[in-house]
Design a protein around this ligand. Structure first.
Ligand code: ME8
Length: 649
């Protein structure tokens, strides 16, 4: 029988649409859930929305609608974004769901009946955005010690939870279970800041507003939103004090609650104490992830610096956004997000390394063997590639078991880089020229396909759509984690699919200008005119230049790997040019003079340091030199065999 694995996210407040920081948490949890499923666990992944409390009640009032109408709208937006990000949750709980409300009331009643909750009067301070109580001495400069915002003086009749009664048991539990609070640094923070100074009884009901779960035995009281919210982790499994259904018995205790570091106190102190009082087992682990910052600030719904996942997905696609979030956020330190960073990571890792590897390999398999995968051979550099693939799998597992997604992704990208290096080392295009090397060429491509298959399997939890596209392009049938036990599961004689670019390089400057324009800032000058100029062949006599001017031009030998017509432009060909260890995409006005198939395989001269432009919407990263007059056009090439990447001067 499969081992169970129960993983949860925090439930997001339905005060506003979730920003990219909230979304990060869901993507992180999803990657772990997918990884665990891949490793054979029976996973239950829970997420949902936290819909009660003063903050949401006030937001609804401001919007002029009922709280229920308000939360229905925002919960819908949250679910849409989680779905857009391909979050593979098994259940989405809303704290306004009837079964949850009913169970929370029963939990409150049980704790009251057994004497853990008592009635008193609360006098102190309340932070509405954090939905937290504070004493005068806990305030910092008169403001909330957590978020620094204004607090409200509160005096009301209230119920209290005897936290102090369970303090010693909790301390003992934390000491005996060293992995309970992760990362380690956060554990010390909780012990030193909250447990050591001594726990105060927690105020667990409110009377000054009514958007919450009513206390059944005392009209006018609603249950404190954190008691309501934390209970979701067990009510979602059908728990109530009078019933522990099969789902609950199977999955509880949770293997891990994934939450942001700002809400650790609620999860590592209040929640375990609630469970102790209910006589239920405690979650095995609480993982407090770092924050995603915009510049130096925490992204926050109320600070107005929010970036939203749906906007990013429109620009970059789901998997690129997932990739950015998962590799930008190290284990314990905060990460940052900006459009520039996303674009440069996209180009550096996804387009240049991963996309390029898959595209080149599938194209070569098609070109040299009509797509049919040839048998494995043994040759130079093969052992290293094989070892790199096996090592990537074991290191990736090690990092994922510790929730270190950024480190796991770094291992995967290392394998992709190693595979690109293998292409440079084995030079398939050279092997292809020599009939006696045909078998070796087949073996080299076999190893590349197998290495890409490893990448597909390893990337599945992080970038599920990309992994599916990789499997389709290489025609992979073995896609399970277990298939990574050995290098060589690709079946010779099967065929690859058609090469489809996974990630086309982005034009950073243009994209940033478009983003700025869409944000309401002055739009950049329109690009098409610039493009027309770059495309135009200049024929007039030009002014003299010095040798220093000439030295600024970086010409290289390039080899045309692939070429096709640009849709809707009868003069343009878009070609993939191998220049040393990189592949550039170049658009040239030569379609009337060369058929794409005639152009492939040619060694051309490329001006490589020309600023990239878009021609008819297609990115061009350099210029292929050609001679022309009124009778025709011919590209420049080298006299004799020179490797691509060689300098021209
Ligand atoms: O805290 N970077 O809801 P929430 C990373 N309803 N994570 C962030 C973040 C950022 N900039 N901003 C927020 C709540 N988060 C409660 C949870 S659970 C029983 C109740 C994280 O909508 C935050 O830490 O404010 C939390 O884990 C989650 O997003 C939802 O935040």
């Amino acid at each position: 029988m499969k081992e169970k694995y129960y993983i949860t996210t925090a439930i997001a407040y339905t005060s506003r649409k979730p920003h990219i920081g909230n979304t990060y948490e869901v993507v992180l949890t999803d990657a772990i859930a997918r990884y665990k499923r891949q490793r054979g666990y029976d996973v239950f992944f829970l997420t949902g929305t936290d819909e009660h409390g003063q903050k949401i009640g006030e937001a609804a009032k401001e919007a002029g609608i009922t709280p229920q109408q308000y939360v229905d709208g925002v919960a819908g937006e949250i679910k849409d974004i989680w779905n857009l990000m391909n979050a593979s949750y098994d259940h989405f709980i809303r704290t306004t769901d009837d079964y949850h409300v009913d169970a929370v009331q029963k939990i409150f009643n049980k704790l009251y009946e057994q004497g853990d909750i008592y009635k008193g009067e609360y006098e102190g301070w309340y932070c509405v955005p954090c939905e937290s109580f504070f004493t005068q001495t806990q305030l910092v400069d008169g403001c909330c010690p957590d978020c620094g915002r204004e607090v409200k003086k509160t005096k009301e009749e209230a119920y209290f939870f005897k936290m102090s009664k369970y303090q010693d048991r909790l301390m003992q539990y934390i000491e005996e279970n060293p992995d309970f609070i992760q990362p380690e640094s956060r554990k010390k923070e909780m012990i030193n800041n909250f447990l050591k100074p001594g726990l105060q009884d927690l105020c667990v009901s409110r009377t000054t507003f009514d958007w919450g779960v009513p206390v059944t035995f005392d009209d006018g009281h609603v249950i404190y939103v954190w008691i309501d919210a934390l209970s979701n982790y067990i009510t979602a499994l059908g728990y109530a004090p009078d019933k522990q259904p099969e789902l609950y018995q199977k999955y509880w205790p949770a293997d891990v609650h994934i939450i942001g570091k700002d809400i650790l106190r609620f999860h590592t102190i209040y929640w375990p104490i609630m469970l102790m009082a209910l006589g239920e087992p405690l979650p095995k682990q609480i993982f407090g992830h770092p924050w995603l910052l915009a510049g130096a600030d925490k992204i926050s719904k109320s600070r107005g610096n929010a970036i939203y996942a749906d906007d990013l997905v429109k620009l970059f696609g789901v998997d690129a956004v997932r990739y950015y979030l998962l590799c930008e956020m190290p284990y314990a330190q905060d990460g940052t997000i900006s459009y520039e960073n996303i674009i440069s990571r996209y180009n550096a890792d996804l387009a240049n390394v991963l996309g390029n590897l898959v595209n080149r390999t599938v194209a070569m398999q098609q070109k040299y063997f009509g797509g049919v995968i040839q048998p494995k051979t043994d040759g130079e550099f093969d052992d290293e590639l094989r070892a790199a693939a096996l090592q990537a799998a074991s290191l990736c597992a090690e990092k994922m078991d510790a929730f270190k997604t950024a480190d796991a992704l770094a291992e995967i990208m290392n394998l992709a880089r190693r595979s690109n290096k293998y292409i440079d080392e084995t030079m398939p295009w050279s092997l292809a020229k020599d009939e006696s090397q045909k078998e070796r060429l087949g073996g080299v491509l076999y190893n590349l396909i197998e290495s890409i298959r490893f990448l597909g399997v390893l990337l599945s939890p992080f970038m599920p759509e990309t992994a599916a596209s990789i499997f389709k392009q290489i025609g992979a049938t073995e896609t399970s984690w277990d298939s990574l036990a050995a290098f060589g599961k690709t079946v010779a004689g099967t065929s690859v699919g058609t090469a489809e670019p996974l990630f086309a390089r982005l034009d950073e400057k243009k994209m940033l200008a478009e983003i700025e324009a869409s944000m309401g800032q002055p739009a950049a000058k329109s690009e098409p005119k610039k493009e027309a100029k770059a495309e135009k062949t200049e024929v007039e006599k030009k002014a003299e230049i010095s040798i220093d001017d000439f030295a600024k031009l970086d010409f290289k030998v390039g080899k045309v790997l692939a070429s096709e017509r640009v849709e809707g432009a009868d003069k343009l060909l878009v070609s993939q040019i191998q220049i040393g260890d990189e592949v550039r995409q170049i658009v040239s006005g030569i379609a009337k003079h060369y058929a794409p198939e005639e152009f492939v395989g040619k060694k051309v001269i490329v001006l490589t340091n020309l600023k990239p432009v878009k021609l008819r919407g297609v990115l061009s990263e350099g210029m292929i030199l050609a001679a022309s007059d009124k009778n025709g056009l011919r590209v420049l090439t080298v006299d004799g065999d020179m490797p691509d990447g060689a300098s021209v001067s």
